[in-house]
Structures are given as structure tokens and as C-alpha cells.
Design a protein around this ligand. Structure first.
Ligand SMILES: C[S@@+](CC[C@H](N)C(=O)[O-])C[C@H]1O[C@@H](n2cnc3c(N)ncnc32)[C@H](O)[C@@H]1O
Length: 261
């Protein structure tokens, strides 16, 4: 079973984003497209939480790619309008499309998962038409407990504490900007979230987050304990409310005026 297959049935409930933010994201993408744009690619489309609102507003072809068949099955169940994305079971590193096929690509919550990120970006860039756009969605944590939540969430994608000198979002931006021209960042929306350290640690222990899938049971148990300890060292108990804001951004990159090889 491919890795996200194991959480497909729990994905939407555990990665909820407010519908208003998803709608604003879709509006931002569609309004930034050049007139007459005919095709959008979303690698790592998952269950379609980002794709479906865009596809509902976009008159052209919306093509989604994923390597987890269960995520694509869930997307088919989630589809609530006539403009269903065309779904392709494939790896983002080897896209089964000719060069210069798409006017735009949308990528959310994929690049941090990939060991060969630059290769994947090069492959997506290859499928973009000259001057095509890549929209990269990312979230930031703010507010009173934003930094602590960000630190605890780091476990989700890496399964270990954040020791990196350069934060992951900055690494992804640098890799994208090495292949495409960075244009702008659109602030799509900000919303309030309340959680607790226990909720975050329990989700980690239940292996909801991809960072846990390569860890042993002992490492997962230790990671969950670590999260509680990190918070305790900051004077925060496991059941205390952690109030913070999440902000969603779309970073926009543009392909060159040539067909990428
Ligand atoms: C965290 S989910 C994000 C899904 C969707 N973009 C969203 O924001 O809800 C990551 C998705 O990328 C897919 N994925 C991971 N590695 C991939 C690869 N090499 N090629 C294509 N899809 C991949 C996973 O199967 C999963 O559905």
C-alpha cells in the first residue's frame, strides 16, 4: 500500500482547511490565469480538497496526479460538481505528459514529502507552457502559540525535532526559484485554530502524519513524549489550549519564455 493510502480515509478530517479559505485560494488561482488558459495540472492532488473548488471555477481541463490510489478513490467520492478533475495515477518525478502541456500547475503539501524535490520541480516545469505559472500553497503559523505549534508540527513531516538551519518552506522556495522565476505571494486567508499538545501528540502517535511512517513503534512513542516535553519546557501543559492563527499563502512562480527540457 502506497504511503498516503494508509490515511486516505482519515485525511480530510485530520487536514481540514476552512472552506472559505479553499474558495479564496481557488479564486486567486483562476483570476491569475492568462485569458484562454486551457489546462491545469495538480501533482499530489490527494483527496481533492484544493482541486475541487478550483475545478468548479475553471472552464478548462483540470488534471490531477497522485501515487496513492486510495487518495484518488476518496477524491472520486468527494466530487460534488460536474467538473471532475481528470485523474492520473503517476509519480510526479515521471509525469506521463508531453512538454509544454499545461498553462499552470497547483501544488499544495507535496514538495516537503519528496526526497528528490528538485527533480520533481524540474519535471513539473517541463510540462508547463512557456510563461506558464506554478502556484505553490503553503501555510504559516502565527499568534500567541504559533511558534510552538510550528515546532511541534515539524514532527509531522520529518519525525524528528527541527534542527535544520534553514526552515523547510525556505528550502522549498529556494528549490522552486532555482528552476522558475518567483513572481509574488498572495495572502489567501487567515483563520483561528485552537488545539492542545495532547491532540498533536496523539495524532503523531496514531501515525496520522507522514513523518511517522518510517519510524519504529519505539521512535513514535518517544516522539510523542518529546512533543509533550518540549511544550512543558515552555510552561505549557498537555491539555492547555494552544491558540494560534494559520495563514495560507500562494507563492507564484513563472516558467521561462522557452519550452523547458
Ligand atoms: C499531504 S497530501 C496533499 C494532498 C493535496 N495536495 C492537499 O493539499 O490536500 C500529499 C499527496 O501527495 C501524494 N504524493 C506523494 N508523493 C507523490 C509522488 N511522488 N508523486 C505523486 N503524488 C505523490 C500523496 O499520495 C498525497 O496524496
Amino acid at each position: 500500500m502506497g504511503s498516503f493510502d494508509r490515511v486516505a480515509s482519515r485525511y480530510d478530517a485530520s487536514r481540514r482547511l476552512p472552506q472559505v479559505v479553499l474558495d479564496q485560494l481557488a479564486e486567486a488561482v483562476v483570476s491569475a490565469l492568462p485569458p484562454g488558459a486551457g489546462a491545469i495540472l495538480e501533482p499530489g492532488i490527494g483527496t481533492g480538497r484544493v482541486a475541487l473548488p478550483i475545478a468548479a471555477r475553471f472552464p478548462g481541463r483540470y488534471v490531477g496526479v497522485d501515487i496513492a490510489a486510495e487518495m484518488l478513490n476518496r477524491l472520486r467520492e468527494n466530487t460534488w460538481h460536474d467538473r471532475s478533475p481528470l485523474l492520473v495515477y503517476a509519480d510526479v518525478h515521471h509525469l506521463p505528459f508531453q512538454s509544454a502541456t499545461f498553462d499552470a500547475a497547483v501544488v499544495v503539501a507535496l514538495f516537503h514529502l519528496l526526497p528528490n524535490r528538485v527533480d520533481a520541480i524540474t519535471e513539473v516545469a517541463r510540462t508547463l507552457r512557456p510563461r506558464g505559472l506554478l502556484f505553490h500553497g503553503r501555510t504559516e503559523y502565527r499568534g500567541e502559540h504559533g511558534q510552538l505549534v510550528e515546532r511541534l508540527r515539524h514532527y509531522r513531516s520529518s519525525g524528528r525535532a527541527a534542527n535544520d538551519t534553514k526552515p523547510v518552506p525556505q528550502r522549498i522556495h529556494d528549490d522552486l526559484a532555482s528552476k522558475l522565476a518567483y513572481e509574488t505571494s498572495i495572502n489567501v486567508g487567515v483563520w483561528d485554530v485552537v488545539t492542545t499538545v495532547r491532540e498533536l501528540a496523539d495524532a503523531f502517535a496514531a501515525r496520522l502524519w507522514s513523518g511517522t511512517w518510517k519510524l519504529s513503534d519505539a521512535e513514535v512513542a518517544r516522539g510523542a513524549e518529546d512533543m509533550v516535553r518540549i511544550a512543558k519546557n515552555q510552561g505549557i501543559g498537555p491539555d492547555e489550549s494552544l491558540c494560534h492563527q494559520r495563514a495560507m499563502y500562494l507563492d507564484v512562480y513563472r516558467a521561462g519564455p522557452w519550452v523547458a527540457k
